[in-house]
Design a protein around this ligand. Structure first.
Ligand SMILES: Nc1ncnc2c1ncn2[C@@H]1O[C@H](COP(=O)(O)OP(=O)(O)O)[C@@H](O)[C@H]1O
Ligand SMILES: [Mg+2]
Length: 343
């Protein structure tokens, strides 16, 4: 396995005591890895440490097997894209893109070729003479990405690059970034607080909370098998119920589930809405009554009032909710339930 970036036991504490502790992470060549977590959990601190804008208290950062800790940001084999595009407003697109290349003393002909190619890649051919003010937010961010790509970094760092854009554009930019990645084979570290964005764009996700790593895994695995209650809460929609372990089974009223983690006592149980089964009739299950049915395209979200637990949300195929109506009594079962130590 080709490790392009290795972060080893990175700790950075600000004077206030905030920061990150003992971050370890290997990123493979060509991988898009996402740091995901709520605002203030330390994502930017990790990214700025990789880029050289922050000096860690301890730990090691290797890029292509070489320590970069002593290397200043402009000499590191990294390039960074920020939420604010940081383009020079008085310069044309061409000059914005050429700036870093001129510093590197690239020849004019070579530079023209590289800029033409990168504009093609971001689908903005012919915009060399425009000024940033004449471009939309999405186009400006594409130019900022292009500027970073031109530096041919060993690792591209992106700090919430799309969060200033509207929802539709954000979706498009995700797809484009994925396409750029597959065309260039570039290694990327992407930062977001948006779990949906992380799930859709990443090869692997690093779930962060309060300055430490909770889980590193593929989007699929994080969604199906969140390792901590935090990861279960933060990623995707989830129902939470209280239960108890008895005779090595996780018990919720009259329902029993396996206890692979060998928990004891009270537990918090997480259930995805798509794993909620609604039945009418005399089946065993939790007794509830249908509160609301929302048709959301090809599926429906049905919320069921289940006392004493409260509202349980379920996703149902649309044709299966035809016979349901508000106020109807139903039995609620779960095809999958994940237990965590109760908090
Ligand atoms: N320069 C700084 N001085 C003091 N505290 C900081 C500084 N930068 C960030 N912090 C604090 O460190 C924590 C992590 O910040 P940051 O890495 O920016 O989080 P994120 O990018 O996940 O929102 C936060 O509590 C933040 O307030
Ligand atoms: Mg940040």
């Amino acid at each position: 396995m080709d490790i392009q970036l290795s972060i080893q036991n990175l700790t950075k504490r600000y004077k206030t005591g905030d920061g990150v502790t003992d971050i370890s992470l290997d990123v493979r060549k060509g991988e898009l890895i996402t740091l995901l977590g709520p605002s203030g959990c330390g994502k930017t601190t990790v990214l700025r440490s990789i880029g050289g804008f922050l000096e860690p208290d301890s730990g090691e950062i290797l890029i292509e097997n070489k320590s970069v800790l002593k290397t200043p940001p402009e000499k590191r084999p990294t390039a960074m894209v920020f939420q604010s595009y940081n383009l020079w407003p008085h310069m044309t697109v061409y000059d914005n893109l050429a700036f870093g290349l001129k510093i590197r003393k690239m020849k004019k002909a070579e530079m023209d070729f590289a800029i033409t190619e990168v504009l093609k890649l971001i689908r903005m051919s012919g915009s060399e003479k425009k000024h940033p003010g004449e471009l939309s937010g999405g186009q400006q961010q594409r130019i900022a990405v292009a500027r970073a790509l031109l530096l041919k970094p060993a690792v591209l760092l992106l700090d919430e690059p799309f969060s200033a854009l509207d929802a539709k554009l954000r979706h498009e930019m995700r797809e484009e970034l994925r396409e750029i990645q597959s065309k260039t084979g570039l290694t990327m570290v992407f930062v977001t607080h948006d779990q949906e964005e992380a799930l859709s764009i990443s090869d692997r996700i690093v779930v962060m909370n309060h300055g430490h790593i909770e889980q590193i895994a593929s989007p699929q695995e994080i969604y199906d098998e969140p390792k901590s209650l935090f990861a279960a809460q933060f990623i995707g929609k989830m129902n939470f119920l209280k239960g108890v372990v008895s005779a090595d089974q996780v018990i919720i009223q009259n329902l029993a589930f396996p206890n692979p983690k060998r928990l004891t006592g009270e537990v918090s149980i997480a259930i995805r809405p798509e794993n909620v089964i609604l039945q009418d009739g005399e089946e065993t299950g939790l007794s509830g009554s249908v509160k609301q049915i929302m048709i959301l395209g090809h599926y429906a979200e049905v919320s069921v009032d289940v006392q004493p637990f409260g509202i349980i949300r379920s996703f149902q195929p649309r044709d299966q909710v035809k016979h349901l109506h508000s106020g109807q009594k139903v039995k609620v079962n779960f095809s999958k339930a994940l237990a965590f130590p109760a908090v």
